[in-house]
Design a protein around this ligand. Structure first.
Ligand code: GRG
Length: 303
């Protein structure tokens, strides 16, 4: 039976996030130093070091620690995951995709560097991410590293991000999209990389089967809730670099939870998913405090 998990009031999430982000940002900075061709490295760094929340790498480090290893073991993989995520954001913003002008409070990569360089910066980040894992991970059996590479390759490819994006584009503008289709799109576009982030940490940390199962279910629920919240917040998003409300208006054409279920039901569903996600971690007690607090923070913005 699942234990109900109450919020951990003693856990200081803000301090935790601050120190984790600082560690991740410093490592990312060192992993992509400026080289030739300079314009390419500048474009990679422009998007990667633009100050995202670093949720996926933080999840990876937290899952590694919960599984019994030092977070440091998973640091190269955590940074590689942020590279894959950033690559997907750059390509998502392209005119052929969402055609967005802004990202992370700045001009989108193609608006700043032109389309060709934006595409190549994304491609380079994706390729570099796997090189980083292979070259920089140490103190872990090679078998675990291979399993991580397989997880992340799957999450980025046709069964994950790329496939989810195709599904999303296919359904764009359609009046009737079922909840099942929507769930499938979101599982691939958002859930796959979030889940792979948590599982990679678990694999590197040496988690046993039941722990991996619980972490997977936690991450799947969190991933879906995260996307529902993102859809809800989309309605009010703004771009400081342009000084105007953008509301990611490509999403006016997109299948989203608020459009299919309405705002109230979407909010209720996100809350229920987060409660389920936390319940998966009940048996780990205080060890799961960071992951529980992260799950709670995901829906704080819509409460
Ligand atoms: C990876 C091969 C490959 C292709 C990419 C373009 C594409 C295919 C997929 C799009 C995936 C995408 C952009 C999904 C949206 C996920 C999402 C909710 C992004 C926002 O994440 P946050 O809020 O952003 O964590 P920050 O900026 O904080 O990192």
């Amino acid at each position: 039976m699942l234990m109900h998990v109450e919020p951990s009031h003693s856990f200081d999430l803000a301090a935790y996030l601050g120190s984790r982000r600082a560690r991740i940002d410093a490592t990312l900075e060192s992993l992509i130093a400026l080289e030739e061709p300079r314009v390419l490295f500048e474009a990679m760094r422009y998007s990667l070091l633009a100050g995202g929340k670093r949720l996926r790498p933080i999840l990876c480090l937290a899952a590694c620690e919960l599984s019994g290893a030092r977070a440091e073991v998973a640091l190269p993989t955590a940074c590689a995951i942020e590279m894959i995520h950033t690559m997907s954001l750059i390509h998502d913003d392209l005119p052929a995709m969402d055609d967005a002008d802004c990202r992370r409070g700045r001009l989108a990569s193609h608006k700043m560097h032109g389309e060709a360089l934006a595409i190549l910066a994304g491609d380079s980040l994706l390729a570099h991410s796997f090189e980083v894992i292979a070259r920089h991970t140490s103190g872990v059996p090679a078998k675990r590293i291979l399993a991580v590479i397989a997880e992340l390759g799957r999450a980025a490819g046709p069964r994950g991000l790329a496939g989810g994006q195709v599904e999303d584009l296919t359904h764009e503008g359609k009046r009737c999209v079922s909840v099942e289709t929507l769930e499938d799109i979101h599982h691939r576009k958002t859930g796959a990389l979030l889940t792979a982030s948590v599982l990679s940490g678990a694999l590197l940390g040496g988690a046993d089967g039941p722990t991996k199962g619980r972490l997977r279910r936690y991450a799947e629920r969190l991933g879906l809730a995260f996307q529902i919240v993102d859809d809800i917040l989309d309605v009010t998003s703004t771009c400081e670099a342009l000084g105007k409300s953008v509301g990611r208006d490509a999403s006016a054409q997109k299948a989203t939870y608020p459009r299919v279920l309405g705002l109230a039901e979407s909010t209720r569903l996100a809350e229920a998913l987060i409660a389920d996600a936390k319940d998966e971690l009940g048996c780990f007690g205080e060890r799961a405090a960071p992951l529980v607090a992260l799950a709670e923070s995901t829906i704080a913005a819509i409460r």
